[in-house]
Design a protein around this ligand. Structure first.
Ligand code: AMO
Length: 430
């Protein structure tokens, strides 16, 4: 490769305006068709395929290049007679080839299908399949829109520790490890930090990985997942619901405008743009489930099978609000006129929980009481509780499972499809 051979164009920049120009393009060889005097080579880059026309008298070695090899070439852009192609490149020079070994572990063109497990084992290669890379382009765009929407709503992006000395959520699903002869844990959520930060920063958000030591082998659980957490002072949970609704609508609009999703092929995300996301109270859910034959007591949690039943009659986005306080973590505020219930919400898409949030308890004595009721030791939360004596304002927030949102945006059934290198109870590599 010479020092001067820089890529001049990506595939999606080659149009009629470039006809007659000498260009340098790079990508990987997806296909080679040898029709005698002429060889057609399809080179793909991240933006799409391009056809290269090769005079076999000049470059007879081109037909020997192994498919999927990376290649840098230069040539002249000319109009193309091929169906669906406006332009093609007439090869002038092969600058360099980085050969791919054969056989490859999977076929990244997708013509030969492989299981999700085999694909993840070769993820870097799997991403050459445009259907797969598109998922991660959607993910990147969604993150961009989340950051922009939250910033427009005066949220400041923060980073809190993932190595922690005590539980943030309580419960037993903490990964622990030896930390210079002390025990440390991987954060389950940024819950305590984000609440503390609003004392001064007013509105914060964090996008980060969290860790749950749950032996759940399902299509919607990972041991390491990405969460979008927000927390804001002087707002109640309804305002948080509105901000998340705005965020999700902005993501869908932007993905549509950039042709990354076709909402006409995804009724769930299309419907969310058409009206306000409906709200069901927990009580209404119980009534609906009982009238559909489920035997469920007022106060019971909604089991997986109850949520699947609800999901059948509510296949799109909907909020479930006012959960029984005892079902919610210690930091959730009771409902003012009914202390059995709480100022809380989940955002569901069918059976799938995307977001959980609520108004927070800001009275430290009540937090201590709730910690005890939940079998947790208030002493272990003393670092956190002391901040509530420093003028903690009322506040609310939520956590959005980013990977689950991506499942909905890309119509994927398995969370592993939308995570580059998923971690579950079985998988620790690649
Ligand atoms: P919660 O535990 O409900 O709430 O988590 C928030 C959201 O994160 C996603 N999620 C997961 N995604 C994949 N794999 C998992 N194992 C997993 N666990 C959770 C879900 C879920 O709705 N601190 C609170 C949030 C808050 O109140 O601010 C919390 O962590 O989409």
């Amino acid at each position: 490769m010479t020092i001067n051979s820089k890529r001049s164009h990506y595939s999606n920049q080659l149009d009629e305006k470039t006809i007659g120009k000498h260009v340098t393009v790079g990508g990987w060889v997806e296909d080679i068709r040898d029709i005698g005097k002429i060889i057609f080579m399809i080179i793909r880059d991240i933006t799409g395929p391009m056809q290269v026309v090769i005079n076999q008298d000049d470059f007879s070695q081109a037909r020997e290049i192994p498919r999927q090899s990376s290649i840098l070439i230069s040539g002249l852009v000319q109009s193309s007679k091929a169906k669906g192609k406006r332009v093609e490149i007439k090869l002038e020079n092969i600058i360099s080839i980085f050969p791919a070994q054969h056989p490859l572990p999977i076929d990244p063109t997708g013509r030969v299908e492989s299981s999700i497990d085999k694909r993840i084992d070769s993820r870097a290669l799997d991403l050459r399949n445009p259907q797969v890379s598109k998922v991660f382009l959607i993910r990147s765009k969604a993150l961009e829109v989340i950051r922009r929407t939250l910033s427009d709503n005066h949220f400041i992006e923060v980073n809190t520790p993932k190595i922690i000395g005590s539980a943030s959520e309580g419960g037993s699903n903490l990964f622990s490890f030896d930390y210079f002869k002390k025990i440390a844990f991987l954060a389950q959520s940024p819950q305590l930090y984000k609440e503390q930060l609003i004392l001064a920063l007013d509105r914060v958000f964090e996008i980060a990985p969290y860790f749950r030591a749950e032996n759940s082998n399902t299509v919607r659980h990972l041991t390491e997942f990405q969460s979008v957490d927000i927390e804001a002072a002087f707002v109640d949970y309804h305002e948080i619901m509105d901000i998340m609704e705005e965020t999700i609508k902005n993501i869908i609009k932007e993905l549509t405008n950039s042709n990354l999703v076709n909402i006409d092929k995804n009724e769930t995300i299309k419907s969310v743009l058409q009206s306000k996301i409906p709200e069901l109270t927990y009580k209404e859910c119980i009534q609906e489930l009982n009238s559909n034959g489920e035997k469920i007591e007022y106060g019971d949690d909604l089991s997986d099978s109850s949520l699947r039943k609800l999901g059948q009659s509510h296949p799109g986005f909907y909020f479930i609000t006012e959960w029984p306080l005892k079902l919610k973590p210690f930091y959730i505020h009771e409902k003012e006129d009914d202390e059995f219930l709480s100022n809380s919400f989940d955002l569901q898409v069918g059976y799938l929980e995307l977001i959980s949030g609520g108004t927070r308890q800001h009275n430290p004595n009540k937090i201590r009481k709730r910690l005890q009721e939940q079998g947790l030791n208030p002493q272990s939360f003393s670092e956190h509780l002391k901040t509530f004596e420093w003028g903690m304002p009322p506040h609310s927030g939520c956590g959005l499972g980013l990977d689950r949102l991506l499942m909905v945006l890309t119509n994927s059934i398995n969370i592993r499809d939308v995570v580059l290198y998923p971690r579950d109870p079985i998988r620790l590599t690649p």
